[in-house]
Write a protein that binds this ligand. Structure first.
Ligand code: NAD
Length: 542
């Protein structure tokens, strides 16, 4: 075909309201009822084939841990090798497909997700990962659709990037996929990230071996079925749930490992990086390492801040999805003069927060993801109850009899270096330090230095000079920095996401910067009338 195609222009997928009486609410309720009434079996998907190992694990609901949603087959070393082989086989064709045909697969996936698949993936995320309807909508529907559509646009932008050609020649860049496979390792907390990590490289002609989080295999399987329906050829993405350590060991020992696209905790990413470093001589190329990891995200308020906006940001930013967002506000710095008002407003809002089954749409919060998370988070709460200079001013209670429920917990500390002000908790626990108004600048330095992370952060102030001071002092404290807004809810194409320091490689998921990591450009120079003599004019005389 003789054409220079233009990828359909994109706008962000509108967030549906799910208000009583809306058609989307009826469809979602119907999907929730149907899907929670069945128990499915999830195979591995390798080279487009369903593979059953018989080594199985159950996926249960966080808010009802006795309820099994699915039993999934786990990959062992043999299946991991098969997945690598299938990916490398698919690479031969896929890496040579016309780019517009590749991108069309993902555009189609976005449209399927915006329509028929929307209630399915939202319901899977609510049932399996414990999100409420709105949190599922902004994640598994809108953010994933946005990743799919925006990234196809970024891919086209990359292909358009071509060098200058001097007289007598034509210079070109061939934006090749990497020579090998990409290992996508995804977290439990965002269905959109789980879909994006294997599919962003795949759009650019790469192939992937995808290991979903053990607690998000259920929605992961539906992502895989969606991509298959959209026309993704067998082997381009291979879905292999299982135990991460032995599986990763096989992957990191494979010569064809060309990249790792990781989102999860800092410690795990550092272990992976260390191992790749030790084995660096054994790979065909230098593997691209892209990792978005932990956070200890802050809200710092100046005395000029709007207290109601601040209190709202604390409740939404700290407790939506039970604080299990890498971007969740988890440490607050509030001036003495504002604290009485903010305390009253925040506690008033928290009083109205309902915690329970997400299928009951009145609930703002659900349960935390699993037993391990529950034990870790409640451990911090127990410590806070016992510590001398720490006061639990809201919540602080929990109950795991049916699901892993923890009430939204607000903890006031006297020591800004207390563990809850420095360590990632990843749950509905927000700690706060009240500082004397006159120590605004010192407080900014404390915010900057308290943790190794630098993912998200927010400043609240109406005084412009104070905003300027915060901007300077906190320049390296957050990769996503918010002014008078909560530090969560980044939108693809609008606030590219990622942080530096211990929070990751800051390659900004949902932007062209991330996509650039998955190509290996080849420069081609074609000369129209090549030289016929080796001698240069300057050689004509002595
Ligand atoms: P996790 O690190 O426990 O797991 C992430 C993935 O790594 C999972 O697929 C898991 O199976 C795998 N994994 C675990 N141990 C491994 C090992 N030893 N070797 C190889 N793979 C291993 O994280 P999680 O609990 O799923 O997610 C929460 C974490 O993710 C938090 O730290 C959060 O801040 C972070 N996160 C960061 C971002 C971001 O964009 N920066 C986004 C979402 C989540």
């Amino acid at each position: 075909m003789n054409s220079i195609p233009i990828v359909p222009q994109t706008v962000n997928e509108p967030v549906l309201s799910y208000a009583p009486g809306s058609p989307e609410r009826a469809l979602l309720k119907e999907a929730l009822a149907r899907m929670s009434g069945e128990e499915i079996e999830i195979p591995l998907i390798i080279g487009g084939r369903e593979v059953r190992t018989g080594n199985m694990e159950a996926q249960t609901m966080p808010h009802n841990h006795g309820h099994v949603l699915a039993r999934y087959h786990k990959a062992g070393p043999n299946e991991v090798r098969q997945a690598i082989d299938a990916a490398m086989e698919a690479w031969k064709e896929w890496s040579r497909w016309p780019w517009e045909d590749r991108l069309a697969v993902f555009q189609r996936a976005a449209d399927l997700l915006a329509t028929r698949w929307r209630p399915i993936l939202n319901a899977a995320t609510m049932l399996g990962q414990g999100k409420n309807a709105y949190q599922a909508e902004i994640d598994s529907a809108c953010e994933f659709i946005d990743f799919l559509r925006w990234n196809t646009n970024f891919a086209q932008q990359i292909y358009r990037e071509q060098p200058f050609s001097g007289p007598g020649m034509w210079n070109r860049l061939d934006h090749r996929p990497l020579e090998g496979f990409v290992y996508a390792v995804t977290p439990f907390n965002f269905t959109a990230i789980a879909g994006n990590l294997p599919s962003a490289p795949a759009m650019l002609g790469n192939v992937a071996v995808w290991k979903p989080a053990q607690t998000a295999v259920y929605s992961g399987y539906y992502i895989m079925k969606l991509l298959e329906e959209a026309g993704l050829p067998p082997g381009v993405i291979n879905f292999i749930p299982g135990d991460p350590i032995p599986m990763t060991d096989v992957i990191l020992n494979d010569r064809n490992l060309a990249g790792i696209h990781f989102t999860g905790s800092t410690a795990v990413f550092q272990t992976i990086w260390r191992t790749v470093g030790e084995k660096i001589g054994s790979y065909r190329s230098y593997p691209r390492l892209v990792g978005e990891t932990g956070g200890k995200d802050f809200i710092v308020a100046h005395a000029s801040a709007d207290p109601l906006a601040l209190s709202t940001a604390i409740v939404r930013g700290g407790f939506e999805y039970q604080g299990q967002k890498c971007s969740a506000a988890s440490r607050l710095y509030i001036p003495e003069s504002l604290w009485p008002t903010v305390r009253e407003q925040t506690l008033g809002m928290l009083d109205k927060v309902r915690v329970g089954d997400p299928a009951d749409f009145r609930n703002f919060m659900g349960a935390v993801i699993d037993r391990k998370a529950y034990d870790k988070i409640t451990g911090y709460i127990k410590h806070a109850h016992e510590a001398d200079d720490v006061e639990v001013i809201a919540g602080g209670t929990y109950d795991d009899s049916t699901g892993y429920f923890i009430q939204p917990t607000l903890v006031q500390v006297q020591n800004s270096a207390y563990q809850l002000m420095c360590e990632e908790v990843f749950g509905p626990v927000v700690s706060l330090y009240v500082y004397p108004d006159a120590q605004w600048e010192d407080t900014l330095r404390i915010v900057d230095k308290s943790t190794p992370y630098a993912l998200t952060g927010a400043v609240f102030a109406t005084d412009r000079a104070a905003l300027l001071q915060a901007d300077r002092e906190l320049r390296n404290a957050a990769g996503n920095y918010y002014v008078n807004d909560k530090p969560t809810g980044a939108v693809v194409g609008q606030q590219p996401f990622g942080g530096a320091r211990a929070s990751g490689t800051n390659d900004k998921a949902g932007s062209i910067l991330n996509m650039l990591r998955w190509i290996s450009p080849r420069t081609i120079k074609e000369t129209f009338a090549p030289a016929h003599s080796f001698e240069y004019p300057f050689m004509g005389e002595k």
